[in-house]
Design a protein around this ligand. Structure first.
Ligand SMILES: [Zn+2]
Length: 81
């Protein structure tokens, strides 16, 4: 529903996500590192640092994890220029 009373509406989840993606896209090195680190293992779990595998031996996060999704979106934004 469109508001016309001039009260700023809070950003939608899509807008928040787009903002985070744009923020990450300003750091190409970070994008590259995230894409390299967050890859699936043979069982389809993410092997990335912070996704449940580091030092635990038991993968916990299904790939693509949120960090890979974020980095991939930022990468697309970067390639579009
Ligand atoms: Zn991951």
């Amino acid at each position: 529903m469109e508001r016309t009373d001039g009260i700023p509406r809070p950003p939608s989840p899509d807008e928040l996500w787009a903002g985070i993606v744009a923020e990450v896209a300003t750091m190409p090195d970070v994008v590259t590192n995230l894409l390299r680190e967050h890859q699936p293992d043979e069982q389809g779990f993410c092997t990335g640092n912070g996704c449940g595998t580091a030092g635990r031996g038991v993968p916990a996060t299904r790939w693509p994890c949120s960090l890979h999704t974020l980095a991939a979106s930022a990468d697309r934004l970067l390639r579009r220029g």
